[in-house]
Ligand binder design. Structure first.
Ligand SMILES: *Cc1c(COP(=O)(O)O)cnc(C)c1O
Length: 394
């Protein structure tokens, strides 16, 4: 085998390419018909009332926070074990960011720690305005419990579902239905479940949130006459109501996203087959896999293995490099956000969120994507066993 095996990658076929070429030959490279098509088909799929495609999930998180009126003096909470964008959206709005640690088995937000932090926050009058819930690796967090807490303590919920296109809370509802949240955000980056090159998707069931995000996505400008201050005007007239951005998705990107959307079920099924193959063939008591909540269905953006016996960074480093020497491009998802230099400057410290820190010292994402072959999977499994033996990790 000569090829590198990345931890995840896109799968593009002829149909995808043809859809992009069609746009290039058409009149509209941006703000054309493919954007609406993508939004319509996406909301049909997840059963949300509204859907908006944007330039990235990062942009989507920013706009979602703005639509919930997050601002200076407010608090946003998320988990340390996520991509930095889950927390940065709070900083963009001038809010204070804080973290709730993860559960050591689900790798998602720990409900008991969330409860405890809410009790403390209530006493100090510091209840967050927004909680960003991450569905780590595509495995849904316990949204039922989180929704209950949001009613009791009065905070809003954004689901960062960047990993979770095609994931389900249970048999009947897909992530993105916003059954338990105000807004859900997905990423269409090439390493995620489906791609548009760069891109993000926002779903919501609130017309107010939808209208605000729609305007903010394009400079804060309104053209719909129901929302304008001036009543009699010509076709050229528009009003800027908010300080918005250009977070639009081009029609070139939207065409690719739209074509890829048709394949979500196939991609996620394949990812689940690979995950099951790994689980069946790497059964060791000192290797931990992510626990998926009963009844829910993961999209397996990542397949994470945790070596419980790794005791220090030097072993982790050696293991990591040995995998890479074999062209198995393992990676860590994620370095805890609170330990990043800009978050340390805000006052966060080592040992503050120990479960995420412990997770990061022992966990690796191994390759998972639909086109992986059985031969490659067996090579990866063999290498895991070989290296675990070498470093005494079984
Ligand atoms: C990838 C990712 C993002 C950012 O997605 P982009 O589309 O690249 O902006 C945000 N949150 C999480 C958890 C991610 O994995």
């Amino acid at each position: 085998m000569n090829n590198f095996l990345p931890y995840s990658r896109q799968l593009i076929n002829k149909d995808d390419i043809n859809e992009v070429i069609k746009v290039l030959k058409s009149d509209y490279l941006t703000q054309g018909p493919n954007l609406e098509k993508l939004e319509l088909n996406f909301k049909k799929k997840v059963k949300s009332k509204y859907c908006l495609a944007v330039s990235s999930a990062t942009a989507g998180l920013h706009l979602s926070c703005l639509s919930l009126d997050l601002k200076k003096g407010d608090f946003l909470w998320t988990v340390p074990n996520s991509f930095v964008a889950s927390a940065n959206c709070g900083l963009y709005c001038g809010a204070k960011v804080s973290f709730v640690d993860i559960n050591e088995f689900t790798f998602n937000i720990d409900i008991n720690l969330l409860k405890k932090k809410l009790v403390r926050a209530k006493k100090q009058n510091k209840i967050p305005k927004v909680l960003v819930v991450v569905h780590m690796a595509g495995s849904p967090a316990d949204m039922f419990q989180i929704k209950k807490l949001s009613k009791k303590y009065n905070f809003r919920i954004i689901e960062d579902a960047s990993h979770a296109i095609g994931a389900r809370y249970n048999k009947s509802s897909l992530v993105g239905s916003c059954k338990y949240s105000d807004v859900t955000v997905f990423s269409l980056h090439p390493v995620k479940i489906i791609t548009s090159g760069e891109g993000g998707i926002i779903t919501t069931n609130s017309i107010e949130i939808f209208n605000k995000i729609k305007s903010l996505r394009s400079h804060g400008i309104l053209r719909d006459k129901n929302h304008l201050i001036k009543k009699n005007y010509g076709y050229w007239y528009y009003e800027q109501k908010y300080l918005g951005y250009n977070y639009r998705l081009s029609d070139i990107h939207a065409a690719l996203g739209s074509s890829q959307l048709k394949k979500v079920s196939y991609f996620v099924k394949k990812r689940n087959e690979i995950a099951n193959y790994y689980k069946k063939n790497i059964k060791e008591k000192n290797i931990l896999f992510q626990k998926v909540l009963k009844g829910s269905y993961s999209s397996y953006h990542l397949f994470i293995i945790q070596f419980k016996k790794i005791r220090n960074e030097s072993i982790y480093n050696k293991l990591f490099n040995d995998f890479r020497k074999k062209k198995i491009m393992v990676n860590l998802h994620y370095l805890p956000i609170h330990l990043q230099p800009i978050y340390r400057k805000l006052g966060f410290k080592k040992n503050q969120f120990k479960i995420s820190e412990n997770y990061a010292q022992k966990s690796l994402s191994i390759p998972i994507y639909p086109q992986l072959k059985k031969k490659e999977l067996d090579f990866i499994i063999k290498t895991i066993k070989l290296l675990a033996k070498k470093y005494d990790l079984f």
